[in-house]
Design a protein. Structure first.
Length: 340
């Protein structure tokens, strides 16, 4: 499957709007009433709004003629930006800085009106290097991927400014002597794991304990205990808190995307999230991830997103290593252990 860069949908549409607004807002040019653009909800992610078709002259009067001249000048400017030559140099490395050869490279450009931009594909060489030239566009997006590696958001993909200026979402184009570096995380040796959950589980509002089985993701009985206390949720803000615990075991928060080994120590008997109504950053939902040490000597990691309100529920997913004493929790779908 072609690797899709998440920043394209927003970033490229923003580029189009900035360009149009910067050229069309001047009082001496085209008035707002004469501009019709395709609604944002249906504008292609890597194309410009249809300004070429949406600008009309009101009449053959001198004013109308001036508007037509400005329309043509504006279209000419945008076409110049869309036709900006692109020459790009990149390098793919792993988390240790070692080059990654034979990585797939996906390119996307803004180079057209009223249509998705052009797409290209490439591959890194034995030193991890790759490049593309002879293409045109206002912005180039680049994403890399390879079997056996994880993509790292913000490090495995990026956007680069060519016909427009760089900003928080678009970087300066790299050079041959200073290529853009893209990072992939090499996968480790995964052990067979039990994967469970993914659905919504309703939680009592007044502190009654609910148990979830980490091997099945089902409520009723299990090692993970959840207790919640919810205030008056009819108000825009309300007090709420919840507590997670592993009776006879323990929990420790998981923070890194690639933290796959459960720690050997530091486990707490319970963890608690407390959200008073006057909290500075109040929210009715909190996503968290934890490692769990179970009473039988096995380890698991799980994610929770707790939603407090009239319907009080949690979205839950877990990965359990059934081998006692093994703290390896890196998941390989090909090694999934099925639980009946």
């Amino acid at each position: 499957m072609r690797y899709r860069i998440g920043i394209v949908a927003v970033g490229l549409l923003v580029v189009a709007m900035i360009l149009l607004l910067s050229w069309l807002r001047k009082p001496s040019e085209i008035s707002r009433g004469q501009i019709r653009t395709t609604p944002a909800s249906v504008t292609p992610a890597n194309s410009f709004p249809s300004s070429g078709h949406g600008i009309t002259a009101k009449s053959a009067s001198p004013s109308g003629q001036r508007d037509e001249v400005h329309r043509r000048e504006t279209v000419a400017k945008i076409m110049t930006v869309l036709a900006n030559p692109i020459e790009f140099y990149g390098k793919v490395v792993d988390q240790n800085g070692d080059p990654v050869s034979e990585a797939n490279v996906d390119y996307g450009t803004i180079d057209r009106f009223d249509a998705n931009g052009s797409n290209y594909r490439g591959r890194s060489d034995e030193d991890g290097n790759f490049s593309i030239s002879g293409i045109k566009g206002a912005v180039l997006t680049v994403g890399v991927q390879k079997e056996g590696y994880y993509n790292i958001h913000g490090k495995s993909d990026a956007a680069f400014a060519y016909g427009v200026g760089p900003d928080a979402t678009r970087k300066e184009p790299p050079t041959k002597g200073n290529p853009a570096v893209f990072v992939l995380q090499k996968k480790g040796l995964a052990e067979p794991l039990i994967r469970a959950g993914g659905g919504q589980i309703d939680i009592p509002r007044t502190g009654e304990p609910l148990f979830i089985d980490l091997a099945t993701g089902k409520p009723g009985r299990g090692d993970l205990q959840i207790e919640a206390w919810i205030g008056n949720s009819s108000q825009p803000r309300f007090d709420w808190r919840y507590r997670l615990s592993i009776p006879g075991g323990g929990l420790v928060e998981r923070n890194g995307q690639f933290d796959f080994e459960a720690p050997s120590g530091g486990y707490e008997s319970f963890v608690e999230i407390n959200m008073p109504a006057n909290a500075g950053r109040w929210s009715s939902d909190v996503p968290k991830q934890y490692f769990a040490k179970l009473p039988n000597g096995t380890y698991a990691r799980f994610s929770t997103e707790f939603y407090a309100g009239d319907r009080n529920f949690i979205v839950f997913e877990s990965y359990l290593n059934p081998t006692r004493g093994s703290r390896n929790l890196e998941f390989d779908p090909q090694k999934t252990v099925k639980v009946r």
